[in-house]
Design a protein around this ligand. Structure first.
Ligand code: SF4
Length: 354
């Protein structure tokens, strides 16, 4: 153990339960090794909301995750983000001016009359979009509970506007039995989102994607199946539908961790998700042959390192907590609490059976 890790552990001992370090699965190994909780965004959002004694929460992940913890935490808690510049390109694809303009355009259309639209927003989004979602009667979801979130929304309306990841929206809706001709992509840069009609449309998918998961393709899966007979492919639902359809397992980060851990000894499995997690799956499952479907690292997750974590921990009194204005926090909290009341789905496929 080196001096940085030793010092981090020393501060943790000194602070006891008043300090909570959360680390996303995509974080570097050195961060994961010192975190109190490691999980996906759903698990970490819950951990932040349910930490009774923690006063200072240090979130090692990207910006939207730290913001979600700041929305859910109590008045006496503060959330710190060791690298405020670590954002998420997918969250940036749904800026509020485009979102508000799309909402106004859709609700003003003649073929919208008599319908009710419910927004469903993926956790991987900025706080103001979560606030907008809560204020418009919608909810947040993660890849662990997107199926349940869509069911919730369709109990309250007949049209869902899904932000910002079109692939998670499409894959989840398909698993629920919504046909492809009932889904349309909304292109914010085109007049009327690029749509002539809303007739028969149940799902409007915002034109956003995760650049990290777009690196995996159906071609990769076909190559693997042809050249490594008997091997398995497991992917995240942020991947495109053609790949998801070919995969043996599809689910959230937490699902992928459990899926791999449960495989019989000697199995060769190709994993289509962020490289740091796949690296860790290799380390934690030495009796399996865990392979990268393609190596794809999230550069913004990678911006958080142990040095930045230590600097934050040593300056907690002087450090600026993640700001969260009340007018954003209250409606965003509503949208997040609606999500937290849903139990996660272990996989998209299982959603069909629920
Ligand atoms: S993996 Fe994708 S969705 Fe997650 S933080 Fe990186 S860019 Fe954003």
């Amino acid at each position: 153990m080196d001096a940085i890790t030793r010092r981090i552990l020393e501060i943790k001992r000194e602070r006891g339960d008043s300090l909570l370090i959360l680390g996303h699965h995509y974080q570097r190994h050195g961060i994961v090794d010192v975190a109190d909780h490691v999980g996906d965004s759903f698990g970490l959002a819950k951990a932040a909301a349910e930490a009774p004694r923690a006063r200072d929460i240090v979130f090692c992940g990207v910006r939207f995750m730290a913001e979600s913890a700041a929305i859910l935490c109590r008045e006496d808690q503060k959330v710190f983000h060791p690298e405020p510049e670590a954002g998420c390109p997918m969250a940036d694809m749904a800026p509020m001016d485009s979102v508000e303009s799309a909402w106004a355009t859709i609700t003003a259309r003649l073929d919208y009359r008599g319908r009710k639209m419910v927004p469903v927003t993926y956790m991987n989004s900025h706080a103001p979009l979560k606030g907008f979602t809560g204020a418009q009667g919608g909810l947040v979801c993660t890849s662990s509970n997107a199926g349940k979130a869509l069911r919730w929304a369709f109990e309250r309306g007949d049209l869902v506007l899904f932000f910002p990841d079109q692939h998670l929206g499409r894959n989840t809706a398909k698993a629920l039995g919504i046909r492809e001709d009932e889904m349309r992509v909304w292109y914010p840069s085109k007049p009327d989102g690029g749509l002539d009609t809303l007739e028969g449309v149940k799902m409007l998918l915002w034109n956003g994607h995760c650049p990290v998961h777009m690196k995996f393709s159906a071609r990769d899966a076909r190559f693997v199946k042809k050249n490594f007979p008997g091997s398995l492919v497991v992917v995240h639902p942020e991947c495109e539908q053609e790949l998801v359809d070919l995969a043996d397992g599809v689910g959230s980060t937490e699902y992928i961790v459990k899926y791999v851990a449960a495989l019989p000894e000697g199995t060769r499995v190709f994993v289509g998700t962020e490289a740091n997690l796949v690296d860790r799956l290799k380390r934690e499952n030495p009796k399996l042959k865990v392979e990268f479907l393609t190596r794809s690292l999230c550069p913004t997750m990678y911006m958080v390192d142990r040095e930045k974590l230590l600097r934050t921990l040593e300056n907690l009194e002087g450090e600026e907590p993640v700001p969260m204005p009340t007018e954003v926090r209250e409606p965003a909290r509503l949208a997040l609490e609606r999500m937290l009341s849903l139990a996660p789905n272990p996989s998209l496929q299982q959603t069909l059976a629920n």
